[in-house]
Design a protein around this ligand. Structure first.
Ligand SMILES: Nc1ncnc2c1ncn2[C@@H]1O[C@H](COP(=O)(O)OP(=O)(O)OP(=O)(O)O)[C@@H](O)[C@H]1O
Ligand SMILES: [Mg+2]
Length: 242
């Protein structure tokens, strides 16, 4: 099997929050690579640094120390405008609480990022409808978020994250608001999209059922990686299969 190439590299990444005189060391010396096509779960107890880590990868926040590279691009060398355009092109984000626009129906919510990118209304609605069919919501195109279940709302949110064909979808606790069975359905949907579209996924979860069912898991504790199953640590060569 051919080795896939590196999409994102984290080198000696630290994140410290400063609260008045108090320092919170949320991430310490994080080193790993995300390869094209990866499907990675970030596990760890509350406060272990999962959201902090995903916020750095999604460029919502920046490291206190260390470096994040997307391909050859060092994120810290980009201007704010460049970061915004980079994110719009390459990253899809799925939020725990869906963040759907309540006055728009499912298809309009999914089409929204395309319309921001100046795709015509006709084409964006057509593409959004097709993608909603793919995530199993073909019958619910015209439903507003209020008239959808939690699992259905999360499917809409996933379709919205994918509509611009990003290289990576980043999801912080995408199943936290769902019961375990619906949460597992959502993970299986993400895995299906990972396999069919080759989109890379990284998501956090503290549901053991979810974690037990994915191949690649990075476990954090107190801001450090304490275990990595099938994830690429430090350098591309050092693959840990524990
Ligand atoms: N904006 C912030 N300012 C100060 N401290 C923060 C901030 N965000 C997170 N922290 C602290 O950083 C540490 C890691 O928090 P983080 O939210 O990354 O953990 P988490 O693993 O996502 O937890 P959870 O499972 O509860 O979502 C915690 O000690 C938290 O209190
Ligand atoms: Mg969190």
């Amino acid at each position: 099997m051919s080795k896939s190439s590196t999409l994102i590299e984290l080198n000696s990444v630290y994140k410290t929050y400063f609260l008045g005189t108090q320092k919170v060391k949320a991430l310490k010396n994080i080193n790993f690579s995300i390869m094209h096509g990866d499907f990675i779960a970030i596990a760890g107890p509350s406060g272990s640094g999962k959201s902090s880590l995903l916020n750095l990868i999604s460029m919502i926040d920046e490291p206190t120390n260390g470096e994040i590279l997307y391909g050859d691009v060092k994120i810290k060398d980009l201007t704010d405008n460049q970061i915004t355009s980079f994110r719009n092109k390459k990253i899809g984000i799925v939020f725990q609480n869906y963040n759907l626009i309540p006055v728009l129906n499912a298809v309009e919510n999914v089409a929204f990022p395309l319309q921001i990118n100046k795709v015509s209304k006709k084409e964006s609605i057509e593409r959004a409808s097709n993608l909603l069919e793919e995530v199993g919501l073909g019958e619910h195109l015209n439903h507003r978020p209020n008239n959808l279940s939690g699992g259905q709302k999360q499917r809409v949110a996933i379709a919205r994250a994918l509509i611009t064909n990003p290289e990576i979808v980043i999801a912080d606790e995408p199943t936290a608001a769902l019961d375990s069975k619906t949460g597992m359905d959502i993970i299986n949907l993400m895995k299906h999209l990972n396999e069919t579209k080759k989109t890379t996924f990284i998501f956090s979860s503290h549901d053991p059922k979810v974690i037990d069912n994915v191949d690649s898991v990075i476990t954090l504790r107190d801001g450090e990686i304490i275990q990595a199953e099938n994830a690429v640590l430090k350098s591309k060569e050092e693959v840990i299969n524990s």
